[in-house]
Design a protein around this ligand. Structure first.
Ligand code: GRF
Length: 223
């Protein structure tokens, strides 16, 4: 059997794993910068599009992250836990403690520019989401939009996925795709992908908390 066959067989044999959380679902948003995905989630909640969900805490690992000022202006609980020059396990233990103190059910990485330790992932099993600006598994890692543009793909997009111990790798919750236009440059492409991200993240959260979907092997499917 090839590794692909093995993965596919494992997927068919895998027990299904339900991921819903009982409302009101308390989100912990982790960010490192601009925070536009966090703002889009907050807006969907305010507009009543994303129901049964509330933001319990916004945490930044960077003191000057714009997203944390936005959280402050919105009057949301927020914390800065600077990661620079700290051991990953030590810093992550502080972040996990803060999330638990705020009784967080679901962690949303929104431009959080830091890998999570295995201990962090274990503390929130199938309870951590990430958004990545490419159609995974293409172009994991940094500068995904530039990577896609340079490669010359005709379709680009974004992926919301569960976080596992590998980079940009966990089960995919949903993807949104857009065509790459002839007159795009990497910047215009990134802007149009970002607009899709702002829709995708709330849709993915709704899917995860809604109870109609489950993880089966590597696939996220309707029950
Ligand atoms: C987004 O492109 C997201 O996909 C990636 O980091 C960026 C964060 O942007 N993981 P923002 O801080 O949410 O505006």
């Amino acid at each position: 059997m090839t590794p692909e066959d093995e993965e596919s067989k494992a997927s068919k044999d895998a027990p299904s794993l339900r991921t819903e959380v009982r409302p009101p679902v308390r989100l912990g948003v982790l960010l490192s910068g601009r925070g536009s995905n966090f703002m889009a989630i907050a807006q969907s909640i305010r507009d009543g599009q994303l129901k049964g969900v509330e933001i319990a805490v916004v945490i930044s690992n960077v003191a000057e992250a714009a997203g944390i000022s936005e959280a402050q202006q919105l009057g949301l609980p927020h914390a800065v836990l600077v990661s620079k020059d700290r051991a990953r396990a030590e810093h992550d233990a502080d972040v996990v403690r803060c999330l638990l103190e705020h009784r967080v059910d679901l962690v949303c990485l929104a431009g959080y520019m830091r890998l999570l330790s295995p201990e962090f992932i274990t503390a929130f099993p199938t309870r951590i989401l990430n958004i990545h600006p490419s159609l995974l598994p293409a172009f994991p890692g940094l500068d995904a939009q530039q990577q896609a543009f340079d490669y010359g793909v005709k379709w680009a997009g974004c992926t919301v996925h569960f976080v596992d111990e590998h980079l940009d790798h966990g089960t995919i919750v949903l993807q949104r795709a857009i065509p790459v236009l002839d007159d795009d440059d990497a910047h215009s492409l990134a802007e149009r992908i970002l607009a899709e991200e702002h829709i995708a993240y709330s849709e993915a959260i709704a899917r995860v908390v809604g109870g109609a979907w489950e993880i089966r092997g590597r696939r996220y499917v309707k029950r």
